[in-house]
Design a protein around this ligand. Sequence first.
Ligand SMILES: *Cc1c(COP(=O)(O)O)cnc(C)c1O
Length: 362
Amino acid sequence: MLRSDWITTGPAVEEFEEALAAFVGARHAVAVSTGTAALHAATYAAGVGPGDEVIVSCMSFVATANAVVFQGGTPVFADVDAGTLLIDPESVEDRISNRTKAVLAVDYAGQPCDYDTLRSICDRNDLTLIADACHSLGAERDGRPVGTLADISLFSFHPVKHITAGEGGMCVTDDAGHAERMRLFRNHGITVDHHERRAGRTWRYDVVDLGYNYRLTDFQCALATSQLRKLPGWLARRREIALRYGEAFCELEAVEPLRPDPSVEHAYHLYVIELDLERLDVGRGDIFAGLRDEGIGVNVHYVPIHLHSFYRRRFGTGPGLCPVAEAAYERILSLPIFPRMTDDDVEDVITAALKVIGDHLR
Ligand SMILES: *Cc1c(COP(=O)(O)O)cnc(C)c1O
């Protein structure tokens, strides 16, 4: 790879774009430098600009909402469903105004959102539906793959995600116009790329809009293409681990895993449990610390975005805006889940969790 003529913008980029588009069943794929860049390109393609509002799930990584702010828009935070922590379509409807431009849903933990309901809301209100699918590569809803469920879906190839390019991202869409705008956006807003200039024997190019350098390199794409081949096996392993966790924790009443919709084929980027704090004599913080003391890499995903200082200061958000997400946030823990975990690793997590949580039952 490193001996090829191309380090960036060469054939490996297109190869990865085509492979990922084929994998998810989308017509067009545009590779970009990060998942965050993919979010930014998607909000740009949706036409988000100053004064526009985008309804965003509050239960996500902060980049989801930041992408709206990059474009000068206002993120309007929607609450989530208590069983799945996915954006609640009713809350979306409540938040629609005459300035709403798009809905930005997040496939939290790896479960695709209720896109049928979101689609009908978006169609009725002439909104673009964007899926932050950074957790859900390879997931399905009603047998339909993520990547085909929204107007634009986007992925991250950060090392913690299902497949990696070191850093990287991808937007997929069936709409040729959206794809073209995203290609322009990742390359400084320039209309023709160097291939077209060479083919047309011209030095001319035109900058038609403000764009960025969000290109992904050939060697990153070569890595990602080889990772994509391994994805089915890795997904199967994640699902196997999740099944084992589910079995182990149904015995423990103080722990409740999320309750994904039965129509969902989950990609398990995260395995999230909720603690029933009424049954425990300590809070989530002590359980978290106890598990870390046992050597278990637990985490919390996420602090609801509207509670971060920047959002409070800039947009006047704060507690009370999304009560379901705020209540869930006090109780959630993410357990380690990644394909290379051995069965022994999985049992170690279960043993530690049963011990630490068991020690604090009321
Ligand atoms: C990882 C992630 C992002 C950001 O992706 P990067 O590649 O790290 O920029 C955005 N949204 C969600 C939900 C993510 O998990």
